[in-house]
Design a protein around this ligand. Structure first.
Ligand code: PLP
Length: 337
């Protein structure tokens, strides 16, 4: 795959490390490695950096002077888009949807929201369930009427251009495991707006890697999640010039770990955050990576990965912890010796 045919900004810190997790592996009885896409750079990193390398290059090529996107209040994608816009000298306007109903001060002003504003982005808030796609078009038209050149990025940066970032990740990861002689049986990660999984599955299929990929859902029910990933993978493969490489059965999502809904922490996710933090010194976030890790942990405990080597793709998001401090009870860590 010849990714240099597509405009791209080289701003991510790549390759991201592939690390062993010996203490977690021992705990779960499965050999678990972690691909550190929480370390991609640009405002603390995360999976949106790889997508934005391609999206923001397209924005620049089109002569955009303002970029717009949308997401949940604690959107990592919004924060990283704001950082890219700052780097390129573009304005950034973000539409935030209240998907949780939380009125805690930290949820609404700390974590990703604080960083959006520090990068100079403007934000606008909408109630949950609002038609954010229509809202973004309306706002973009307003700016265009003022003579601005607007580049609109869909939620999560999930379109064929953004998914190229995860085709790139699939190539990078396969190179790393081949160089080290590591045979990988499964790749697991949190899936949401679907660009990460769609790009990975397209890249893996195009290279004929034969490594099953499992997305752990964070929002949609399984049929919808898998269909979203598949539809985007089909378009991504077409863009890449290898139409038809992804088959429907290559797309697998397990949505048993969503809990009560998007952005609402689960008990298993909070446990996953503690386990990764205490055994490996790695920070997860309650919205995505912790739900992904809670699926990894539960399936490992149930023997799903018996005698396998699993790579967990860490998609980032730890900045969100500072908006979710209320979800953690850590008073017992204050002690008198
Ligand atoms: C956006 C995001 C995801 C989900 O990735 P998609 O490409 O939207 O499916 C996972 N983890 C984190 C931390 C994210 O910010």
């Amino acid at each position: 795959m010849h990714l240099s045919r597509f405009p791209r900004l080289h701003l991510a810190h790549l390759p991201t490390p592939l690390e062993h997790m010996p203490r977690l592996s021992k705990e779960l009885g499965t050999d678990i490695w972690i691909k550190r896409d929480d370390c991609t750079g640009m405002s603390t990193g995360g999976n949106k950096t790889r997508k934005l390398e391609f999206l923001m290059a397209e924005a620049e090529a089109q002569g955009a002077d303002v970029v717009m996107t949308q997401g949940a209040t604690q959107s990592n994608h919004a924060r990283q888009t704001a950082a890219f816009a700052a780097k390129l000298g573009m304005d950034c306007h973000i539409l935030l949807e209240d998907r949780t109903g939380y009125n805690n001060a930290n949820y609404n002003t700390n974590g990703n929201v604080l960083l959006d504003h520090l990068h100079g982005a403007t934000t606008e808030k909408f109630p949950g369930g609002h038609d954010m796609v229509a809202e973004m078009e309306r706002a973009a038209e307003m700016l265009r009427a003022e003579g601005r050149k607007v580049y609109v990025i869909p939620g999560g940066g999930s379109n064929p251009t953004g998914a190229l970032g995860y085709v790139n990740c699939a190539m990078e990861l396969l190179g790393q495991v081949n160089d080290r002689g590591l045979k990988v049986d499964r790749i697991v990660h949190a899936t949401g707006s679907s660009g990460t999984q769609a790009g990975l599955v397209t890249g893996l299929c195009a290279m004929n890697a034969n490594i099953p990929l499992l997305g752990i859902g964070t929002r949609a029910p399984q049929p919808k999640q898998e269909q979203m990933v598949y539809d985007l993978a089909v378009k991504t493969a077409e863009k890449l010039g290898c139409p038809g490489v992804v088959r429907r059965e290559d797309v697998a999502a397990n949505t048993d770990y969503v809990g009560e809904g998007y952005g609402l922490p689960t008990e298993a996710g909070i446990e996953a955050i503690r386990i990764f933090a205490e055994l490996e010194g790695i920070l997860l976030d309650p919205v995505y990576s912790a739900k992904g890790a809670s699926g990894l942990i539960d399936l490992a405990r149930k023997g799903e990965f018996k005698d396998q080597r699993v790579v967990f793709l860490h998609t980032g998001g730890a900045v969100g912890l500072f908006g979710y401090d209320f979800a953690f009870d850590h008073a017992d860590r204050w002690v008198n010796v």
